[in-house]
Ligand binder design. Structure first.
Ligand code: CMC
Length: 430
C-alpha cells in the first residue's frame, strides 16, 4: 500500500496534510481518521456515498467498468467454473481450496444442517402468513441464545464454527419458514445431498410421496448463490460489521444483516420487481410506468434498476439474464409473459434519456425473480434466497472485522441541527 498526501486548506489559511492511501486496485482514499483530533471538524456524507468504512481484502467492485471480483477472481469465471460451496470457502479463507480442503469443507457444511429441535418450536408461534424474512431474522437471532456460551469471538476456531453454522443451517431455517407459510410439515435435511439439492428437498418434498430433485433447478440456484455471495460494503454487510463491532454475539449481527437486506432498496428489490411486473401486467402499460418512475412527485421507482456503485452495468444482471433464458428453456417454460415483459421494460428504459443520463441499468434483482418463479419459489421467498447466498459474505466480513487489530466500534458522528442549549421550563408554565 503506497502513501501520498492530500492537502486541505482550513478557513484560517493553515494547511493540513491528510494521508492518501492506495489499495491493490480501485480509487485512492483520503485517510481522515485523524481529522477531528487535528482540526475539530467532521466530514459529512449521508448514505456514505464518498466514504470507505474499512480496509477489506474480500471483494472488489469497479462500478464504471462493471467488474466484480471475489478475492481477485472475476465473478464471471467463478459463475462458469466454480460452485457455491467452493466460492464460500474462497470468501472465508482467501484462497481456492485444494481438492481435499474442498471435500472437507463440503462435508462440514453437510453435517451441520440440522437445527436444535427447540428452535423448530419457535415457528409454531408465528402466524401462518408471517413473512419468511421476518422469521429468518428472528430464528437466526435466536441462534445467539443457543450458541452464546460457545462463542468466543477472539478464538479463531469459534469464528470458523460460527461461519459453518450460518452457512449450513440457513437453508434449513429458510425451508421451515416456507413450510409454515404453506401449511406443510417441516422436512428434515438430508446430508447425502449437496447444498442446493438439499435446499430444494427441504422446500418441496412432502412425506406423502417421493420428491425428485431437478438438476436444472439445483444448478440454477447454485449459480444464483455464487452471484449473491458477496458485494463488499453493501447495506446489510455494513450492518453486520457495525452490529458486530460492539462485540455483540455474531449470530445477532447476522440477524441484523437479514433485517437490513429485507428493504426494497436492497435485497427486497427482487420481490418488489415481481410485484411491479405483475402490476404493470402488459407491455402496453410500460410507457405509463416508465413515466411514473421519472416523475419526481411520484414515489414509484423502477424496481431492479439502478445501483449505488454500478454506473455502467451490473455484471451479475448480465449473467442472470442469460441464465433466465436457459432455465426457462430447460424447464420447458415456453409461456414466459413476465420474462417477456421484463425484457421489453428493460429495452424501453435503456433507450430513455432519464435512465441514460442517470446511468440506471438493470441490477442483480431485475431478472433473479423470474428464475425463482420458474423454479416454483414463491415471491415472498425471493429475498430469503438472496440472504442464503449473501450469508457467506456476511460471515466473511464479520471475521475480517473482528480479527482486525485496528478494529474499533463503528460510531459515526452527525451534523446537529436541533435546538441550542435552553433551560427546562416547569410543566405548569409551558
Ligand atoms: N427508478 C427511477 N429513478 C431512479 C431509480 C429507479 N430505480 N434509481 C435511482 N433513480 C434516480 C433517483 O431518483 C435520483 O434522481 P435525482 O438525481 O434526480 O434525485 C438518481 O437516480 C440517483 O438515485 P439515488 O437514489 O440518489 O441513488 P442511490 O445510489 O442512493 O440508490 C438504489 C441506489 C439502488 C437504492 C436506487 O437506484 C433504487 O432505489 N433502485 C430501485 C431499488 C433496487 O432495485 N434496489 C436493488 C439494488 S441492487 C441489489 C442490492 O443492493 O440488494
Amino acid at each position: 500500500m503506497t502513501e501520498d498526501a492530500y492537502r486541505l486548506k482550513s478557513p484560517d489559511g493553515s494547511e493540513l496534510e491528510l494521508p492518501v492511501r492506495s489499495g491493490t486496485v480501485g480509487p485512492d482514499v483520503i485517510d481522515i481518521a485523524g481529522l477531528y483530533k487535528a482540526q475539530g471538524i467532521f466530514t459529512y456524507d449521508p448514505g456514505f456515498v464518498s466514504t470507505g468504512s474499512c480496509e477489506s481484502d474480500i471483494t472488489f467492485i469497479d462500478g464504471e467498468q462493471g467488474i466484480l471480483m471475489y478475492r481477485g477472481y472475476p465473478v464471471e469465471q467463478l459463475a462458469k467454473h466454480s460452485s457455491f460451496i467452493e466460492v464460500s470457502y474462497l470468501l472465508q479463507h482467501g484462497e481456492l481450496p485444494t481438492a481435499d480442503e474442498l471435500s472437507e469443507f463440503d462435508n462440514t457444511i453437510r453435517v451441520h444442517t440440522m437445527l436444535n429441535e427447540g428452535m423448530l418450536s419457535f415457528f409454531k408461534g408465528f402466524r401462518y402468513d408471517a413473512h419468511p424474512m421476518a422469521m429468518l431474522s428472528a430464528i437466526v437471532g435466536s441462534m445467539s441464545a443457543y450458541y452464546h456460551d460457545e462463542m468466543n469471538a477472539s478464538n479463531p476456531a469459534h469464528r470458523d464454527i460460527f461461519a459453518h453454522r450460518i452457512l449450513a443451517k440457513l437453508p434449513t431455517i429458510a425451508a421451515a419458514a416456507y413450510k409454515l407459510n404453506v401449511g406443510q410439515p417441516f422436512i428434515y435435511p438430508r446430508n447425502d445431498l449437496n447444498y442446493t439439492e438439499n435446499l430444494l428437498h427441504m422446500l418441496f418434498a412432502v412425506p406423502a410421496e417421493p420428491y425428485e430433485i431437478d438438476p436444472v433447478a439445483a444448478e440454477a440456484l447454485d449459480l444464483l448463490f455464487i452471484l449473491h455471495a458477496d458485494h463488499e460494503q453493501n447495506c446489510s454487510t455494513s450492518t453486520v460489521r457495525m452490529a458486530g463491532s460492539s462485540g455483540a454475539n455474531p449470530y445477532s449481527a447476522i440477524a441484523a444483516g437479514i433485517a437490513a437486506l429485507w428493504g426494497p432498496a436492497h435485497g427486497g428489490a427482487n420481490e418488489a420487481v415481481l410485484n411491479m411486473l405483475e402490476e404493470i401486467g402488459d407491455v402496453s402499460q410500460i410507457g405509463k410506468y416508465v413515466e411514473k418512475a421519472k416523475d419526481k412527485n411520484d414515489p414509484f421507482r423502477l424496481m431492479g434498476f439502478g445501483h449505488r456503485v454500478y454506473k455502467n452495468f451490473d455484471p451479475r444482471a448480465t449473467i442472470i439474464r442469460e441464465m433466465a433464458y436457459k432455465v426457462l428453456e430447460k424447464l420447458d417454460r415456453k409461456d414466459t409473459p413476465l420474462f417477456d415483459l421484463a425484457q421489453e421494460l428493460e429495452q424501453v428504459a435503456l433507450k430513455d434519456d432519464y435512465f441514460i443520463e442517470k446511468n440506471l441499468y438493470p441490477n442483480v434483482d431485475f431478472y433473479s425473480g423470474i428464475i425463482y418463479r420458474a423454479l416454483g419459489i414463491p415471491t415472498s421467498m425471493f429475498t430469503v434466497m438472496f440472504a442464503l447466498g449473501r450469508s457467506v459474505g456476511w460471515t466473511a466480513h464479520w471475521r475480517e472485522m473482528i480479527a482486525d487489530p485496528k478494529g474499533k466500534i463503528a460510531r459515526p458522528r452527525q451534523l446537529y441541527t436541533g435546538p441550542a442549549a435552553r433551560d427546562y421550563v416547569d410543566v405548569s408554565k409551558r
